[in-house]
Design a protein around this ligand. Sequence first.
Ligand code: NDP
Ligand code: 8X3
Length: 253
Amino acid sequence: VTSTKPGTVFVTGASSGFGAAVARRFAADGARVVAAARRTDRLKDLAGEFGPQVLPLQLDVRDRAGVAAAVAALPEEFSAVDVLVNNAGLALGLGPAQDADLDDWDQMIDTNCKGLVYCTRAILPGMVARRRGHVINLGSVAGSYPYPGGNVYGGSKAFVHQFSLNLRSDLHGTGVRVTCVEPGMADTEFSLVRFSGDRGKADNVYEGMQPMTADDIAESIHWAATMPQHVNVNTIELMATAQSFAPFQVARE
Ligand code: NDP
Ligand code: 8X3
């Protein structure tokens, strides 16, 4: 039986929220963790909690050549990645499509879709060669359920969902696993980023309800990654208990 306890985990967006919680969860479990993001000061603080077991890596996932170079230059002891957590991502804005800023749309597509595929493409060949690996992508309920202002953000997460399933087809018979984790409302810096640093608007999102925490999501990712090798968790959709569905809206004359 092949052990599923990951030796090396590569997590993008490790400077905040889910990514930082994932890095801590796996590091606490003894894994070596490559913690990647743009804000290195935060990554260094995270690494400082664990020592040389956590490698801070400055990386903008939108930089195609930079991603390939960073993966190729990983120190030997971090180079055989068992679990890639493609977590770096963001929503920008919550306005209607007809008023949206195209730069915001570009950034979401460049990060959530293109950055995710750059990281996957860079790390996947090693996993296939070793016949061992697990790609865990951060989708969202926004990729399955429409909501006003979700436009490109939800579209980018629908991409992540389908790309994850299609990866499974391509990886058939290789032993490499793929999971798409699709959370609803969780209290991280997500809303602060979405509302361009407006703390009041961000706090309003979670006002009077109990959102999920980054640790809740990290736990589900850790669970999927440590299931026995013969089990592939395709999709995990999870919501705050306080979040559910509403009826369709109808425009009446
Ligand atoms: P946070 O804003 O707390 O964290 C986002 C992370 O992504 C940060 O570490 C940020 O690091 C990183 N990031 C953003 N852009 C880039 C980039 N170009 N290159 C590298 N890293 C980048 O949000 P969450 O933890 O909530 O979000 C993590 C993922 O989970 C996202 O994909 C998000 O869409 C998804 N998600 C979030 C939900 C929520 O309600 N919170 C629900 C469902 C999905 P830095 O700025 O330092 O680069
Ligand atoms: C973020 C979750 O419900 O705010 O992906 O769209 S939600």
